[in-house]
Design a protein around this ligand. Structure first.
Ligand code: ZN
Length: 414
């Protein structure tokens, strides 16, 4: 059954794997080579112990990434060339048809992936994060989260899946346009309901009650011309010691959320600078731009799927001796990441550009030196390496390397 497309897929997979392994090994050796001394730019601000912890954390995560990559690849091969998807299809097509068959097949693949993934998330949380002092979760909380996520996934996923499969079956050759409209609408709905309905299932949000900090933040907001429907503190420390701040919602329902871990670590002026950076993302419309880009890309991918679905070589090339909308959908989601991987540097570069823009905004509206201090603390607290391999960073990183970011901020502005 193997055909030209099998070769194309196997070739892309091989190149992707080689590239990922090569970049990971570069990262490890670069971080190792710079482990002995704190980079000059950070000397006096970051201790040698913290710098070495970041190096070790980076190495541990990169090693772990290589092992999960190997397992993910084996699973992908088992589904396609190994005949795994064919076997699942045979099993369900003898028992069900129509929409129930589609839902059963997709849920089987998702359940198997979730089971395969479980040991990895357990190891990540309770071995690696634990070793570096970031884990705050108990096994009970971990399992409770898993249970809630699965229930939510079933509750939301089932009707969505039914709708998509129904549209694919009923809307004729232009089904992908209808699925796309439905998908965009669904995503916008989730964005709207997430802060008020979904996030509180996992975390507690309490109003920020630190009066001086609140006054400071409100002054910043009015200076930048923002209105917000509330300032909240989230109990991020329930799960992890990593700190963060973010915005959710649109228009008048914008909420500003600070992780408690962030507030406990930063001075008020530094919190203000971090928030100003987040406001910069909004002011420059990065969130909207990202959503529009993702919607445009998904239209392209759905149209592509609409074409592939009718081609026998697509199924046969991936080890499946049958055709159908559900099979096409699953195969598509299995193999597309192998091809889109090569566009990672474009997306990362776009994101790094946005970070620089938000930093410039923060420097103008708050203070560059406060933001630098906050960043140094956050890098240290998150054990983010100060010396990533430049090529690895160029390829993957959504945020510019610390040294580059701080150098930009420290540059006198005209
Ligand atoms: Zn940012």
């Amino acid at each position: 059954m193997a055909n030209t497309f099998s070769l194309v897929f196997a070739g892309a997979l091989t190149v992707m794997l080689s590239l990922r392994v090569w970049l990971a090994l570069r990262q490890i050796s670069y971080v190792n080579a710079h482990r002995a001394t704190v980079p000059a730019q950070f000397s006096g601000r970051v201790t040698l112990a913290a710098h070495q912890k970041a190096a070790d954390y980076c190495r541990a995560r990169t090693h772990f990434g290589l092992i999960s990559l190997a397992v993910e690849t084996l699973i992908l091969l088992a589904y396609t060339f190994g005949g795994g998807l064919q076997a699942l299809h045979d099993f369900w097509s003898h028992r069900l048809d129509g929409l129930p068959y589609g839902v059963a097949l997709i849920f089987s693949v998702m359940a198997l992936s979730a089971v395969a993934d479980l040991p990895f998330s357990l190891y990540m949380q309770f071995v690696i994060e634990e070793r570096f002092g970031f884990n705050r979760m108990t096994l009970k909380l971990f399992l409770l989260d898993l249970l809630k996520q699965s229930a939510l996934g079933l509750l939301i996923g089932t009707p969505v899946l039914l709708a998509v499969l129904w549209l694919m079956a009923q809307m004729g050759p232009r089904w992908w346009l209808y699925v796309w409209l439905f998908w965009c609408g669904f995503n916008l709905l989730i964005l709207f309901i997430y802060p008020t309905w979904i996030a509180p299932l996992f975390n507690k949000f309490s109003p920020l009650d630190d009066a001086p900090l609140k006054a400071r933040i409100e002054a910043l907001l009015s200076r930048c011309g923002f209105t917000s429907s509330g300032l909240f503190v989230m109990d991020g420390s329930k799960r992890s010691n990593h700190g963060n701040a973010y915005f959710t919602g649109f228009g008048k329902t914008k909420r500003i959320v600070f992780f408690d871990t962030l507030l406990s670590r930063l001075q008020p002026a530094e919190v203000e600078a971090v928030l100003a950076h987040e406001l910069g993302h909004f002011k420059h419309r990065h969130v909207i731009k990202r959503i529009v880009l993702l919607f445009a890309l998904s239209l392209g991918f759905l149209a592509l799927l609409g074409t592939l679905m009718n081609e026998a070589w697509f199924y046969q090339g991936l080890g499946v001796d049958a055709q159908g909308t559900t099979l096409a959908l699953i195969l598509f989601f299995l193999v597309v990441p192998v091809f889109t991987f090569f566009f990672t540097p474009l997306m990362s570069g776009l994101s790094r550009g946005h970070e620089f823009e938000a930093d410039r905004y923060a420097a103008a509206q708050a203070s560059a030196s406060d933001l630098i201090q906050a960043l140094v603390k956050l890098y240290e607290d998150n054990a983010a390496t100060l010396t990533p391999d430049p090529l690895h960073s160029l390829f993957y990183d959504s945020h510019p390397p610390a040294a580059l970011r701080i150098a930009q901020l420290a540059r006198p502005t005209s």
